[in-house]
Design a protein around this ligand. Structure first.
Ligand SMILES: [Fe+2]
Ligand SMILES: [Fe+2]
Length: 305
């Protein structure tokens, strides 16, 4: 992206807050996203959720889903306790972004977008736990946010971005490849700018920035690598963008996996087939969870008009 386009985009992103009708809970939530997890207060989270009926309902559905043992959770407070504060905080953010984007600006079907984001969040966290990454909840958040740039592109470049999605679906190729050709930038870059604008940590910003290509940053950290691999796994297992991509995944040969091995040498001896098998086992539960939040859905062609 050239410098002129970058400063133009930056100015538009800086204005995003004032052009969208953010739900009341968005700004307090963003403040919470910046807090270390031990400073988040349960009562504050319950209060925020209770402001919005549809968000409270989705929170209860998730707490009652198979991933959390189908508890009979009937209050927001017990749902928050069942899910855990960190998870609720991230999920709330996703749900309230649904309300930030005006209906006519959604290029992806919102449920396809959030199925992919939530699926990626859950898998990033699983992988983080498996490799003993010290902050699995941060991994969850990075997975949830990684494609935020799609929302920026949908709001700022609605028609051109719709064309990108149509072409990508027609040719069965990753959308960032088409974005580069049509827009001259990708959702990775606009997502990075939005995360910077919100003051999120550099580690999160970097993970969003290089989630399709960790070699973009010379010092891409484990978080970026986990998000990259988890995004790939989601896309080959029908938790992608709502269209089929022609792709294969070779985890062991992926640059992100090699970077992870350098950070966690014990991974070198990990049985990768077994590792992906475990993730596949979790995938079924993850799909059930995503369905319980957004409703069951078959893979559908993207909206093209
Ligand atoms: Fe992406
Ligand atoms: Fe993605």
């Amino acid at each position: 992206m050239n410098a002129k386009l970058q400063s133009q985009l930056q100015a538009q992103i800086d204005k995003l807050d004032s052009v969208s009708t953010a739900p009341a809970i968005l700004m307090p939530l963003l403040d919470m996203l910046r807090l270390p997890s031990d400073r988040i207060k349960l009562e504050k989270v319950v209060e925020l959720i209770s402001y919005d009926g549809s968000i409270a309902g989705q929170c209860l559905r998730l707490a009652n889903s198979p991933l959390f043992g189908r508890r009979q959770t009937e209050t927001v407070r017990s749902a928050v306790m069942a899910l855990g504060l960190e998870r609720v905080r991230s999920m709330l953010f996703g749900l309230c972004m649904n309300e930030v984007i005006p209906r006519d600006k959604w290029v992806f079907a919102p449920d396809a977008f959030w199925r992919h984001s939530l699926g990626c969040a859950l898998i990033t966290q699983r992988m983080a736990e498996r490799i003993e990454y010290p902050e699995p909840e941060k991994a969850y958040l990075a997975g949830l946010l990684h494609d935020l740039g799609f929302l920026v592109n949908s709001v700022l470049y609605t028609e051109k971005f719709r064309e990108c999605l149509r072409l990508a679906a027609e040719e069965h190729i990753p959308i960032h490849v088409i974005e580069e050709q049509v827009l001259g930038f990708t959702h990775c870059e606009t997502g990075q700018m939005l995360c910077e604008h919100w003051g999120l940590s550099k580690e999160l910003v970097d993970a969003v920035h290089c989630h399709h290509d960790v070699s973009l940053l010379p010092n891409a950290g484990p978080l970026a690598c986990l998000v990259h691999l988890s995004d790939l796994l989601c896309r080959v297992r029908y938790l992608g963008y709502g269209y089929d991509e022609i792709m294969g995944v070779d985890l062991g040969g992926d640059a992100a996996w090699q970077t992870l091995i350098r950070a966690y040498p014990a991974l070198e001896n990990m049985d990768l087939v077994r590792f992906t098998f475990d993730i596949d086992g979790a995938m079924e539960q993850i799909v059930a969870t995503v369905d319980s939040v957004f409703g069951a859905r078959t893979i559908a062609a993207p909206a093209t008009s």
